[in-house]
Design a protein around this ligand. Structure first.
Ligand SMILES: [Zn+2]
Length: 316
């Protein structure tokens, strides 16, 4: 039995109708997505720039220098993040965007998330550009080796990187349930790991593998940036850009909104925070859908994708 409250539309009817009328006839569509897309998946976020992981500043571990200095520590941090991301599941917004990609071949999603949830929701790979890489791509850290392995969901990636647990399992604490991750007081000491037990590149057999995420001080992936730039250049017109769960105030995200607008796109923002508009603001004819992407996306895309239910998880 579905209650009346549960059936109440989360989106004002007039906005829904005008958005869907535009969506139905759109052929070139961009989505720019951020952390808010995954909010309903129960994925913990690190506590801002000051987020601590076992007394280490999380942001200080996300650098090439940290990996060069102490690859075992950095791998332990990322093994933990992979473990946590695998405990989360794609939500209906991930599945809705994946289905829109199957229905509209001129639809491209630009994601700032590294959590692997869009690939796990079977988002067509050619229509998904990961601006910051993925926790589940691993690549060789050797300068002259180009080995990359995509969608590696093995947890732990090597036996030595198994997450140490005790009765205060950090994955079940209240902090995690509150979707914040701060386990600096976790009681289990990190095991010493011999470099021989870290994942080794199977191609060159010399370099250590490293997480395929963009670290502080690194360039965004060149092939991804080129693909996006080619897609935008090739479009005579862009009909729509959806900005989902991200503030789109920083480079390159803000630039994509401007680029889409300059080709005629109308902007639809989907965000929990009514004040979180793109840097350029909203124009007449744009939309702001306030709320959780997992509820809003299936509803506003329904005219094209039909009724969305959860589908197989590629990592399950
Ligand atoms: Zn290699």
């Amino acid at each position: 039995m579905v209650s009346a409250a549960a059936r109440t539309p989360v989106v004002p009817q007039a906005d829904l109708e005008s958005f869907q009328a535009h969506l139905n006839q759109s052929t070139r569509i961009l989505a720019l997505v951020g952390a808010g897309l995954s909010a309903a998946s129960g994925l913990p976020t690190f506590r801002g720039a000051g987020g601590l992981w076992r007394t280490h500043e999380a942001t200080q571990l996300a650098t090439p220098e940290a990996f060069g200095r102490d690859p075992a520590l950095v791998w332990q941090f990322y093994s933990y993040r992979r473990h946590m991301a695998l405990k989360a599941k794609p939500n209906l917004a991930h599945y809705a965007l994946a289905e829109l990609a199957r229905k509209k071949e001129g639809f491209l999603t630009l994601s700032q998330n590294v959590d692997g949830l869009s690939p796990r929701a079977q988002h067509p790979a050619g229509q998904l550009k990961l601006l910051h890489g993925s926790l589940f791509d691993v690549k060789c850290s050797g300068f002259f080796c180009d080995h990359v392995e995509r969608n590696n969901y093995i947890d732990p990636i090597v036996p030595a990187l198994e997450i140490p647990t005790d009765e205060s399992d950090p994955t079940t604490t209240e902090a995690v349930q509150a979707r914040e991750l701060d386990i600096s007081d976790h009681k289990v000491p990190l095991p010493e790991i011999d470099l021989d037990h870290l994942p080794l590149c199977p191609k060159c057999m010399k370099g250590l593998l490293r997480p395929g995420v963009v670290w502080f001080g690194e360039m965004l992936p060149r092939d991804v940036m080129r693909d996006i730039s080619d897609w935008i250049k090739a479009a005579e017109q862009i009909d729509l850009i959806m900005v989902i769960g991200t503030s789109a105030k920083v480079y390159p995200a803000a630039g994509y909104v401007d680029a889409a607008r300059s080709k005629g796109a109308r902007v639809a923002v989907i965000n929990m925070d009514r004040n979180d508009e793109p840097a350029s603001g909203l124009y007449k004819g744009d939309w702001f859908f306030e709320g959780d992407a997992a509820q809003i996306m299936p509803e506003i895309l329904r005219s094209v994708i039909g009724e969305i239910t959860e589908m197989p998880d590629a990592a399950a």
